[in-house]
Design a protein around this ligand. Structure first.
Ligand code: 8YV
Length: 329
């Protein structure tokens, strides 16, 4: 029988997944974002062997108060909330949830593409507010999605799921920029001959719709800046469902107001929740979403399930199904 260890859950888990942890370990649930639970979080952190949660920065300072920590299981695919250097130096296992959210995030990307191009939110608002008084005029017409050229910044599993929808469902030529070209014949045979690996500038110059799906790292922070926006086609649509800080938000606003960017659909922001004072919140040509890329019942449950499996296996000294990094272990 394995020894019961101390597990700190720092974001709500579905009851069945919480029960899986409780069957094996001593579990404390404390959300550090809720002021009433912060003290309990800090107290549990001091003895925690395992952490599981998401959407809260696990910084070097915080890790210094977790001397027993052996594993962190993130209920996310992105790992930008974790101090990777400290984890590496201390041999703390980091797990994440790739693979189970790709199709759902790709659906969200398409929701944003369609909403921005066809002005769905704005026109629906017009109906709700009783401003639909006749045939809408040309000034409210949208732009087609089908047949337009899609440019993907980032071409991992989620990017490929977006590309499949675009190429197979909407007849869109797909360009992508990634550090390395993907071997489509092996990894995405349905996209063979339908997706082209191109340099960053080439993609920006040719795409009608640019979608950023970039993880946040030193090399991607602020990558989509004024230069990138000015390299985009006049009338381009920009969608971001990766990480907010890969885009310079002031430059995005300038591109909307003084450049030629037509509209933006944003699921992610440099600061989340989006501050009330952010002009992106109310800009007439921005469709903002509250980071719902993976937020469906089925997918969030699958993420929680994988994250719990990851943590149980890591704490048992086994190799979890989705380790991000185990250096030092
Ligand atoms: C989640 C995400 O919204 O997986 C990620 O990296 O950004 C989203 O799927 C988030 O991490 C909360 O679980």
């Amino acid at each position: 029988m394995t020894t019961r260890k101390q597990v700190l859950v720092f974001r709500d888990l579905p009851p069945d997944q919480l029960a899986r942890l409780q069957a094996v370990h001593e579990v404390t649930v404390a959300d550090p974002r809720k002021p009433a639970q912060r003290a309990a979080f800090d107290a549990a952190l001091a003895g925690a062997h395992g952490l599981i949660g998401a959407s809260f920065p696990i910084t070097a300072e915080l890790l210094a108060h977790a001397p027993q920590l052996q594993a962190i299981s993130s209920i996310s695919v992105g790992v930008d909330n974790y101090d990777l250097q400290v984890l590496q130096a201390r041999g703390i296992v980091l797990c994440h949830t790739p693979g189970v959210l790709d199709e759902t995030v790709a659906d969200t990307v398409f929701a944003l593409i369609l909403a921005t191009c066809r002005r769905v939110v704005e026109l629906s608002q017009m109906v709700r507010e009783g401003r639909w008084s006749g045939n809408i005029g040309e000034e409210l017409f949208g732009h087609d999605v089908h047949g337009k050229t899609l440019g993907l910044l980032g071409f991992g599993r989620i990017g490929q799921a977006v590309a499949r929808r675009a190429a197979l469902g909407f007849g869109m030529p797909v360009l992508y920029h990634a550090r390395r070209a993907v071997d489509l014949a092996v990894q995405a045979p349905t996209l063979l001959g339908r997706a082209e690996h191109v340099p960053f500038g080439n993609l920006l110059a040719r795409a009608d719709i640019v979608v950023a799906l970039l993880p946040l790292s030193d090399s991607t922070r602020g990558l989509v800046d004024a230069r990138a926006f000015s390299a985009m086609k006049p009338g381009a649509i920009f969608v971001n469902a990766g990480r907010g800080a890969t885009v310079v938000e002031d430059h995005l606003l300038a591109a909307l107001d003084h450049g030629t960017l037509r509209a933006a659909g944003l699921d992610v922001f440099a600061t989340e929740p989006l501050p009330l004072a952010s002009p992106l919140r109310t800009h007439p040509r921005v469709t903002p979403l509250p980071h719902i890329g993976s937020a469906t019942h089925g997918t969030r449950h699958a993420m929680a399930r994988l994250a719990v499996t990851n943590l149980l296996q890591a704490l048992a000294g086994e190799t979890p199904p989705a380790v991000y990094r185990t250096i030092g272990a």
